[in-house]
Design a protein around this ligand. Structure first.
Ligand code: BG6
Length: 217
């Protein structure tokens, strides 16, 4: 009768497989047939499909997986540095590490308790990481596929030794688009940004939407 909520078991909607490199991949499914795939390499979301099976994320066919580097595509979490504004690798090292699945993470309140599937991932720094970024942290990432097919990522960074540190963070997201001229990015008006193409000078966004005439890089 279409009432799945009473019997929906989110753990049964989560499957762990291995890719051809032996790296674990978590597949999330919702009752309507949408899915998402998360790689333990970088905690990177490599696929997000709607209920018609259409892929919503871009993955470059030219990107060759070379462990431990993230591939060009999907959604990766950049931490503890975004861009080249610090001494670390350009988008931080978190996306280039192997994460683990956390079965019993600290509680996290979320809506949509029915018909969703999710996975909790955890990254802790290795001895090597601490050598060039000496800050004890735990980075928790929850990736959720909701009953309406929407995807959400919640990141929690915990300082585990009480010594203050600063970091930058971003979700590096590649959407798959069929016609870039139809894309509008809204919600940035009045926000300040540093323009990478103008020596990182600070500007304030004036437009109500950013549009594109062709590919940019
Ligand atoms: O590591 P990836 O996914 O290929 O992304 C690299 C790109 O990341 C972007 O954020 C930078 O602005 C680009 O300059 C850079 O080329």
């Amino acid at each position: 009768m279409g009432h799945y909520a009473a019997v929906w078991d989110h753990t049964a909607a989560t499957e762990v497989t291995k890719d051809w490199n032996g790296i674990e991949q978590v597949v999330l499914r919702n009752p309507q047939g949408a899915s998402a795939q998360v790689s333990l390499q970088g905690g990177q979301v490599t696929s997000w499909r709607n209920e018609r099976g259409e892929e919503l994320l871009f993955n470059s066919s030219k990107s060759i997986f070379k462990s431990p580097k993230a591939t060009r595509g999907g959604i990766s979490a950049c931490f503890p540095q975004y861009g080249n504004g610090g001494s670390l690798e350009q988008l931080g090292f978190a996306r280039n590490r192997i994460w683990i699945i956390e079965d019993d993470p600290p509680s996290l309140f979320t809506y949509d308790p029915q018909g969703k599937s999710f996975i909790d991932l955890l990254l802790k720094p290795s001895e090597d990481d601490l050598r060039f970024w000496p800050h004890g942290f735990e980075f928790r990432l929850r990736v959720t596929l909701a009953s309406d097919g929407s995807l959400s990522l919640i990141s929690r960074i915990r300082n585990i030794n009480g010594k203050q540190f600063s970091f930058s963070f971003a979700y590096h997201t590649y959407f798959s688009v069929s016609d870039i001229s139809e894309i509008r990015i809204e919600g940035l008006e009045t926000l300040d940004y540093l323009d990478n193409l103008c020596q990182k000078d600070r500007f304030t966004e004036q437009g109500d939407a950013i549009t594109f005439e062709s590919e940019v890089c």
